[in-house]
Ligand binder design. Structure first.
Ligand code: FAD
Length: 315
């Protein structure tokens, strides 16, 4: 059908990621002015797929899709797209969506817009806002042709409009999946033993601006005085200054504290993905153009060490 929109949803063990609801909600808004149907696409095995406010939901129910496998998922999505000719396919710009959007684009030769922050219909044509340079600039893109593939930054749209109970149509895989080159072996869950940052009401989160392991103590002292716990951006964890269990973001943990105090974090989309829903976001950064200031409720263009010392004194 012309202008139908596929939303490729994401789930682990039957729990759908918020990005799935965000995209269904956005797709409905687009479809209303573009004249197509919103079709949620669920890949998995034996999950309950009646979770969306889509016009319809296709549930490809196959044991080979029980866990994410880029080859299996890629082949199934490609076959569905060839068979049903949607005008737009939405993915999350997530660990799995990155694999699949690129796969579909390469296999179909159709344009893929990544890092999408907004989509709208102008003069009956799709226009996508895509963030570049870590969110410092927004590119306006109008994909040409009869199929557009767009991968959306998680945490950008509301989830509410996408939640619903449209009955899913369960169907077998449209392609054979018994001779895959990629095999799922094991899902390795993060090791426990550290504090659970997802359960904290207050987080003092440090980024590369903290400068070195020797300065972590200052953040810990401040956190203790605030009754908070220290979390971090990925570079801090990659450098080995804090354990992986403290990482917030796309490849870390999603947190939703009452207070998220950010010291020296630029606000890259991969970090925002993990903390955008925090109730109160306060950012301290020396760069007044840091993208985090577009998201923070309060911000200080200041040196984090001076702010931390001043706060400690006050506390
Ligand atoms: C697939 C993928 C997954 C990723 N997953 C994650 C993830 O889960 N979590 C994550 O965080 N990132 C993730 N990233 C990395 C992400 O793209 C960014 O590189 C990262 O978030 C940047 O971390 P940062 O803000 O600490 O560092 P930077 O971007 O280097 O920012 C440091 C900031 O500190 C400021 N600063 C420096 N000195 C001071 C000072 N004295 N006082 C105050 N401010 C100061 C600077 O102005 C700058 O804005 C991922 C990337 C990819 C490609």
């Amino acid at each position: 059908m012309p202008n139908d929109i596929f939303v490729i949803t994401e789930q682990i063990d039957g729990t759908f990621a918020d990005i799935s609801f965000e995209m269904v909600g956005k797709a409905k808004e687009l479809a209303a002015s573009w004249g197509g149907q919103t079709i949620a696409v669920v890949l998995g095995s034996g999950v309950s797929a009646d979770a969306f406010a889509s016009d319809s939901t296709l549930f490809i129910n196959d044991p080979n899709l029980a866990q994410f496998n880029p080859e299996a998922y890629g082949k199934v999505i490609e076959a569905l797209v060839q068979e049903r000719s949607p005008r737009l396919v939405l993915f999350g710009w997530t660990a799995t969506g990155m694999d699949l959007a690129a796969w579909l684009s390469a296999r179909t030769g159709k344009p893929c817009v990544a890092y999408a922050r907004d989509l709208c219909i102008e003069n009956n044509a799709l226009v996508v806002n895509s963030q570049v340079y870590g969110g410092k600039m927004i590119a306006e893109v109008a994909p040409e042709g009869d199929l557009a593939i767009v991968a959306c930054v998680a945490g950008t749209f509301s989830t509410d409009a996408g939640r619903g109970s449209t009955p899913a149509t369960s169907m077998p895989s449209p392609v054979a999946l018994d001779e895959l080159k990629v095999k799922f072996v094991e899902a390795i869950k993060p090791a426990g033993g550290d504090v659970d940052i997802t359960a904290q009401e207050k987080l003092v989160s440090i980024g590369r601006g903290i400068g070195g392991k020797e300065n972590i103590e200052l953040a810990e002292e401040l956190a203790e005085k605030l009754g908070a716990v220290v979390s971090a951006s990925r570079p801090v964890v990659d450098a080995g200054w804090l354990p992986r269990t403290r990482q917030v973001g796309k490849s870390g943990l999603k947190v939703k504290p009452k207070l998220y105090l950010m010291l020296g974090i630029s606000g890259a989309p991969e970090h925002l993905e993990g903390m955008k829903s925090a109730e109160l976001i306060i950012a301290v950064n020396t760069d007044k153009k840091a993208p985090i200031f577009n998201v923070a409720h309060y911000g200080a263009t200041a040196d984090l060490f001076e702010v931390a010392e001043a706060m400690l004194e006050l506390l």
